[in-house]
Design a protein around this ligand. Structure first.
Ligand SMILES: Cc1cc2nc3c(=O)[nH]c(=O)nc-3n(C[C@H](O)[C@H](O)[C@H](O)COP(=O)(O)OP(=O)(O)OC[C@H]3O[C@@H](n4cnc5c(N)ncnc54)[C@H](O)[C@@H]3O)c2cc1C
Length: 399
């Protein structure tokens, strides 16, 4: 019906789902977010927001709230060997020199995203258990007995997506053989830390990294260690701080000193997926980890999810319910190449960071050259690229 606003139901109130809600709302689409948890929330750990995502979030009007809680990352950011000898600098600007890079507490980022949409659009305590669609609409069913009708569904329900099966034959996440221990330390306990520094130490089968979050009040650390057993995928799994410290014994005194300050930590098994055969079917599309789960070794899972939401909004703007499927196909065709490249590079970078290279000289050369890939990541403007793609394909694809 002309003039009727398109309705999007987003399943999952994580970083992907909430950033998609902001992007879609900013292009005139009615959004409703359905989250299984009783309240929106993220684990006590950090996440990097890089220029490719920050430029989009700032355009959505989130510049000030993000600046209020982000920690600038810049000066002193380096890749080192396990003994602290420097291999190269970490690129912290895009090609224009913009230092659009924050270390963020995950909960702070989630709050900024949630505060920017009406609270009435967020429905917690809604675990989606069923999906159906026909020519006219899509339906979702929830474990609390509710059902809703909508024009389209965005499955932003994470790596264990239960909606993925309505789009593509389900595939199991692949275990990387590595576990991430992570947590936060008050910066005042580590007064020698250079305020804006992101530091990566690369050792034999392991790596460690630190960066500031929450306006520099906290330091986020992550220790990646190999494991035989497939660590459960849960943020609430409490890690063993002594085991963590023992894993990095004898490393650069800065790593050892920092780990002495750890009181509690979480652990997380690292999984990804090889790219899926498709991301959309009719009125449903996958987004974020549900679409392209990747290893964290280029820090892009959430950033790519943010890009997804912006692209989706560009393709859906001005559409009506009858041509949603075509818009979702365009979104998928447009996004898959870039996310596939990032997924593959995340795996490769994990091998570099863990020194799983026949020649460490070769590894060091590639690390020292990491700025080439980082520029490709950071300089990208997904909104502009999606609009250009739409213009190019307007005539070649049926609308
Ligand atoms: C150690 C580590 C470090 C990382 N560091 C970075 C980084 O620096 N930068 C970066 O960009 N990325 C990073 N990532 C990746 C990033 O965390 C993820 O890619 C991102 O959080 C995915 O967001 P998402 O919204 O797609 O999924 P999730 O965050 O998993 O959110 C999914 C949401 O859906 C909900 N849900 C699930 N099923 C249902 C259902 N049936 N009904 C309703 N709700 C449901 C869940 O409760 C959850 O809230 C890192 C990952 C790890 C493991």
């Amino acid at each position: 019906m002309p003039g009727k606003r398109l309705r999007a139901a987003i399943v999952g109130g994580g970083i992907g789902g909430l950033s998609a809600a902001n992007a879609l709302a900013s292009r005139g689409i009615d959004v409703a977010v359905f989250e299984q948890a009783a309240a929106l929330g993220e684990v006590g750990a950090g996440v990097f927001i890089y220029p490719n995502a920050l430029r989009q979030l700032e355009r959505m009007g989130l510049k000030e709230p993000l600046a209020a809680v982000g920690a600038r990352v810049g000066t002193g950011s380096e890749y080192c060997r396990m003994d602290g000898s420097v291999v190269g600098k970490i690129l912290t600007t895009d090609s224009s020199g913009w230092n659009g890079l924050y270390g963020m507490h995950r909960a702070d980022l989630l709050d900024v995203l949630a505060d920017a949409i009406p609270s009435s659009a967020v429905h917690t305590g809604h675990r989606c258990v069923g999906f159906d669609q026909n020519d006219r609409a899509a339906q979702l069913t929830f474990s609390n007995g509710e059902t809703i009708e909508t024009d389209l569904v965005v499955a932003a329900d994470g790596i264990q997506s239960s909606l993925q099966k309505y789009v593509v034959a389900p595939s199991m996440p692949e275990y990387s053989g590595s576990r991430a221990y992570r947590g936060l330390i008050a910066s005042e306990k580590v007064p020698w830390w250079r305020k804006e520094a992101h530091q990566v130490w690369m050792g034999d089968g392991k790596h460690f990294m630190v960066f500031p979050v929450r306006s520099g009040q906290l330091l986020n650390y992550v220790g990646f260690v190999p494991t035989e057993d497939q660590t459960i995928e849960s943020w609430s799994a409490i890690g063993d701080r002594d085991e963590l410290a023992a894993s990095f014994a004898g490393w650069d005194p800065r790593v050892v000193g920092l780990l002495e300050q750890v009181e509690t930590c979480f652990w997380w098994g690292l999984y990804d997926r090889t790219p899926l055969a498709s991301w959309s079917k009719g009125r449903i599309a996958l987004l974020g980890d549900a679409a392209h789960a990747m290893l964290p070794h280029v820090g892009q899972g959430a950033n790519q999810a943010i890009e997804d939401g912006v692209a989706l909004a560009v393709f859906l703007e001005g559409r009506d319910s009858s041509n949603v499927a075509e818009a979702l196909r365009r979104y998928e065709n447009f996004r898959r190449e870039r996310t596939g490249i990032v997924q593959a590079e995340a795996r490769r970078n994990g091998l570099r960071y863990d020194s799983r290279y026949p020649s460490l000289e070769q590894r060091d050369r590639e690390i020292a050259n990491a700025a080439v890939f980082r520029k490709w990541l950071y300089d990208y403007d997904v909104e502009r690229a999606a609009i250009a793609y739409l213009d190019e394909n307007r005539t070649s694809e049926p609308a």
